[in-house]
Design a protein around this ligand. Structure first.
Ligand code: NAP
Ligand code: MG
Length: 402
C-alpha cells in the first residue's frame, strides 16, 4: 500500500503518564504504517517542561499559530504532590492555560457517539457540542470579604481620571463582594469562533445567558452575538440550512433535555465548565469526548478531554495489564489530520481520518472495547480488551476496510 504524503507538518505536543503510552502506541500501530507522518515535535511531558522552564509549552503554542493545526496529548497540571513526585523547580501553570492564553479562542467539546454506548437522555440521537468561552468572568474575578458595616461601590476611572461610581451595597454587617469583567474583543472572537464552527459542522447554534437578570453584562454578550450574526453570518447560515437561536440559560437547559442533539451550544465560561461535565457524563464516558481549541484566525489544537489517567499509569508501571480507552486520543489525531488535509487539499489524508474513525467505532460496535465501555455498554457479551489489543483490533478493522 502506498504511504499517504503530507505537505505541512502537524504540531505534535506529547504529554504525560498513561496518555503518553497511548500516544506512542497509536502512532506506531495506526498512523506510521499508513502515513508518511510529518510533525514538528514538542515534548510537553512534565520532565521536559521542567528542564526548559516551561519554554517548550510556549514554543509549542507559537508553532501551532505558525502552522495552524496542532494535536496535543494530555499533560499533568502540577500541584504540590507533583512538585515532590517530579522534583520540580516550580509549580508550572497548566499547559492548556498557557496554550489558550497564546492562541486565544474557544474550546469545543464533542462526544463521540457509537452504537452500544447510549446517552442517558433517550431523546439524544446526535452529539451535542459545547462551545465554552475561555476568557474572563468568574475565572478572572477579584473578591473581597466585607468585615462589617460600610459601603461597597463599583468605580471606573477613565484615562482622563474621571470617575463613574455605582453602589453595590450598603452593608449593615459582614458579607462578601466580587468583581468580574469581560472584553468586547474576546466576546466578539468567541462569537466568530462559534458561528464558523457551526458552519463547518453544518449544525444549529444555540447561545444562552441570563440577560433578564444581568441586563448589561450578559446583555452585552447577547448583543455582540446578535450583531456578529446579522453582519456576517445570517446569509451563510440560511445558505447552509442551519439556524442561530438565543435563549435564556435555564430555558436552554430545559430544551436540551428534550432535543435530539446535533447542536452546538455556546456557553459563557462558567456555564461551559459546568455543562460540559454534565454532557460528557450523560453521553457515557470522559474517554469518548474530544476537545478542540479554535482561535479567531482559524488555527486549531485538537486533544482528548480527559487527563493523563494516572491510576492506570501506576498499574502499567508495575507491569499490570491496563485497559485504558484510546478513542478520544485517536480522534484528536484524526481531527488534526483531517483539518490538515482540508487546509492542504490532500484528499487521501481526509479519507484516512474518516476511515480510521470508522474502524474505531466499528471495532466497538463489534463488541471489542476497553473496560470503561464494557461497564456501560448495552451490547450483549462485550469483550474487554487491554489497551494494546484494542488498538491492534482497530488496526485489523482498518485494514479490512481499506
Ligand atoms: P483523568 O486522567 O481524566 O482520569 C480520571 C479517571 O477517569 C481515571 O482514573 C479513569 O477512571 C477515568 N478515565 C479517564 N480517561 C480514561 C480513559 N482514556 N480510559 C479509561 N478510563 C479513563 O483525570 P485525573 O486522574 O483527575 O487527572 C490525572 C492528571 O491529568 C492530572 O495530573 C491532571 O492535571 C491531568 N489533566 C490533564 C488534562 C489535559 O491535559 N487536558 C485534563 C484533565 C486532567 P478509573 O480509574 O475508574 O478507571
Ligand atoms: Mg470543570
Amino acid at each position: 500500500m502506498e504511504m499517504i504524503r503530507m505537505k505541512t507538518p502537524l504540531v505534535e505536543m506529547d504529554g504525560d503518564e498513561m496518555t503518553r503510552i497511548l500516544w506512542k502506541m497509536i502512532k506506531e500501530e495506526l498512523l506510521l504504517p499508513f502515513i508518511d507522518l510529518r510533525t514538528e515535535y514538542y515534548d510537553l511531558g512534565l520532565e521536559n517542561r521542567d528542564r526548559t522552564d516551561d519554554q517548550v509549552t510556549v514554543d509549542a503554542a507559537n508553532a501551532a499559530l505558525k502552522y495552524g493545526v496542532a494535536v496535543k496529548c494530555a499533560t499533568i497540571t502540577p500541584n504540590a504532590a507533583r512538585m515532590d513526585e517530579y522534583h520540580l523547580k516550580k509549580m508550572y501553570r497548566s499547559p492548556n492555560g498557557t496554550i489558550r492564553a497564546i492562541m486565544d479562542g474557544t474550546v469545543f467539546r464533542r462526544p463521540i457517539t457509537v452504537k452500544g454506548i447510549e446517552p442517558n437522555v433517550r431523546t439524544w440521537k446526535k452529539p451535542i457540542t459545547i462551545a465554552r468561552h475561555a476568557y474572563g468572568d468568574v475565572y478572572k474575578n477579584v473578591e473581597m470579604i466585607i468585615p462589617g458595616p460600610g459601603k461597597a461601590e463599583l468605580v471606573f476611572t477613565d484615562e482622563k481620571g474621571r470617575e463613574t461610581r455605582q453602589l453595590i451595597h450598603e452593608f449593615q454587617g459582614p458579607g462578601v463582594i466580587q468583581g468580574m469583567h469581560n472584553l468586547d474583543k474576546s466576546i466578539t472572537s468567541f462569537a466568530h469562533s462559534c458561528f464558523s464552527y457551526a458552519l463547518d459542522a453544518k449544525e444549529d447554534l444555540w447561545f444562552a445567558s441570563k440577560d433578564t437578570i444581568s441586563k448589561q453584562y450578559d446583555g452585552r454578550f447577547k448583543e455582540i452575538f446578535q450583531t456578529v450574526y446579522k453582519c456576517e453570518y445570517r446569509q451563510k447560515f440560511e445558505d447552509a440550512g442551519i439556524s442561530y437561536f438565543y435563549t435564556l440559560i435555564d430555558d436552554a437547559v430545559a430544551r436540551i433535555m428534550k432535543s435530539q442533539g446535533g447542536i452546538i451550544w455556546a456557553c459563557k465560561n462558567y456555564d461551559g465548565d459546568v455543562m460540559s461535565d454534565m454532557l460528557s457524563s450523560a453521553f457515557g464516558s470522559l474517554a469518548m469526548m474530544t476537545s478542540v481549541l479554535v482561535n479567531p484566525d482559524g488555527k486549531y489544537e485538537y486533544e482528548a478531554a480527559h487527563g493523563t489517567v494516572q491510576r492506570h499509569y501506576y498499574k502499567y508501571l508495575k507491569g499490570e495489564e491496563t485497559s485504558t480507552n484510546p478513542v478520544a486520543t485517536i480522534f484528536a489525531w484524526t481531527g488534526a489530520l483531517r483539518k490538515r488535509g482540508q487546509l492542504d487539499g490532500i484528499k487521501e489524508l481526509q479519507d484516512f481520518a474518516d476511515r480510521l474513525e470508522k474502524a474505531t467505532l466499528s471495532t466497538i460496535e463489534s463488541g471489542k472495547m476497553t473496560g470503561d465501555l464494557v461497564r456501560i455498554t448495552t451490547l450483549e457479551n462485550p469483550e474487554k480488551l487491554n489497551t494494546e489489543d484494542f488498538i491492534k483490533a482497530i488496526r485489523a478493522t482498518y485494514e479490512s476496510l481499506a
